[in-house]
Design a protein around this ligand. Structure first.
Ligand SMILES: NC(=O)c1ccc[n+]([C@@H]2O[C@H](COP(=O)([O-])OP(=O)(O)OC[C@H]3O[C@@H](n4cnc5c(N)ncnc54)[C@H](O)[C@@H]3O)[C@@H](O)[C@H]2O)c1
Length: 383
């Protein structure tokens, strides 16, 4: 992906200790192109578990911290301190950790969703508007070559004027009440940790961000119907949302964690007056394109019709599958480029495809509008 050797970025992690899910994915992704070196961490909220996790990852004892506060201040003082930190904690701990590192001048890579409420997001955005470090939210699906190709084709007008977007993210793992030992389910169904939205915040935000990324548009109004089908669950596990986009397109978003038969069935279909596109994350190397009146075409990653934005995110020749990890690695590769280009201020470079704080806050405003709409029996509300 990138030419020539450049010293890896000194990098730390908060969360992602023993038994955690996404921290391990970030570590693989960051290592894939050799641009990050994990040298410090506060890997768990429990000090003993944090220490054990850091030891297992080969972190030296003096940089294997028991708390993120201690890590931020100690790393800021070191001449060889970390340049960037990844935050892979549950949602309620994203912004307290991000604040500590941004204040220390350390770039922040934070997993989605930004936080638990739009109010917290706006407050954080105002507080850090003059930050001298970068903030990136890891919505990873736009790292997929065929998603980049879809965006490029839409922006070049290949589909004509956009009319309709159909986006969905369906899972089935919360179809029944989760057992108490399921760590990932426990915080995702606890409003103090996940926020007021359940499936909508957890995976609906990925679907919405994907729709915005591919179309280059944002929703301005929503009408939402959120349901908690599992008795006693305090957050939605199924969300149906109608969307009106700022450039005239209409859309439907469905996010569900109670849809038997679905694992990570994220998909998008986009239709304009000249043609249609379909992409499914469980078949990520293919993009289905139908110019109106002609047969459907299967465009492949690395194939004859690959566009420049797809090629630049591709590592292997076509036919050798790439997927979730590689897309995540492309996000890390783009972040490394941004860090190396960074001179001052909080802004990403003009043509960056990464998700910044402003877009992360917009994602929370989308969630907030859906929650309010659903409470008001599904009326149309502005974001
Ligand atoms: N981008 C994606 O595709 C994707 C996928 C899954 C999860 N996520 C996001 O990643 C985040 C974590 O999700 P997960 O499924 O990995 O959760 P998890 O429960 O598996 O892991 C969370 C980790 O954070 C640690 N933690 C909690 N509080 C901490 C603190 N104060 N200091 C240090 N560590 C602390 C926990 O000990 C644990 O190691 C969530 O925000 C989630 O929405 C993103």
């Amino acid at each position: 992906m990138t030419g020539g050797y450049r010293a890896p970025i000194r990098w730390g992690m908060v969360g992602g200790g023993e038994g955690a899910f996404i921290g391990g994915v970030h570590r693989i992704a960051a290592r894939l192109d050799g641009q990050f070196d994990l040298v410090a961490g506060a890997f768990s909220s429990q000090p003993e578990r944090a220490r054990r996790s850091g030891e297992a990852l080969g972190i030296s004892a003096d940089r294997n911290y028991e708390s993120f506060e201690e890590m931020a201040s100690a790393e800021a003082r070191r001449p060889d301190g970390i340049q960037a930190v990844s935050i892979v904690t549950p949602n309620h701990m994203h912004l307290p950790v991000a604040s500590a590192f941004l204040r220390a001048g350390i770039h922040v890579i934070c997993d989605k969703p930004l936080t638990t409420s739009v109010e917290a997001a706006r407050e954080f955005q105002a507080e850090h508007k003059d930050s001298d470090a970068l903030f990136v939210l890891t919505h990873n699906y736009p790292g997929t070559p065929m998603v980049r190709q879809a965006r490029e084709m839409v922006s070049q007008g290949v589909l004509g004027t956009l009319r309709h977007v159909q986006v969905e993210y369906a899972q089935d793992w919360l179809t029944e009440p989760a057992d108490s030992g399921n760590k990932q389910a426990a915080w995702r169904t606890d409003t103090s940790k996940t926020g007021a939205a359940g499936a909508l915040g957890d995976i609906g935000t990925h679907a919405y961000q994907l729709a915005c990324f591919v179309t280059g548009q944002r929703a301005i109004q929503v009408a939402a119907d959120l349901t908690s089908f599992v008795p006693g669950r305090p957050v939605d596990d199924n969300a149906s949302v109608l969307l009106r986009f700022d450039d005239g397109a209409k859309g439907i978003l469905w996010a569900s964690q109670v849809a038997p038969g679905n694992e990570n069935a994220l998909s998008i279909r986009v239709y304009g007056d000249k043609g249609g596109l379909e992409w499914r994350q469980e078949d990520p190397n293919r993009l289905y394109f139908t110019p109106f009146g002609e047969p459907k075409q299967i465009l492949t990653r690395g194939g004859a019709a690959a566009t420049s934005s797809a090629i630049s995110a591709t590592r292997l020749p076509g036919g050798h599958p790439e997927g979730y990890l590689e897309a995540f690695a492309t996000i890390y590769s783009d972040i490394a480029d941004e860090i190396r280009l960074h001179r001052s201020g909080p802004s990403l470079s003009q043509h960056s495809l990464l998700v910044d704080l402003e877009e992360g806050t917009h994602g929370m405003a989308f969630v907030d509008a859906c929650l309010r709409s659903s409470t008001a029996n599904g009326i149309w509300l502005s974001i």
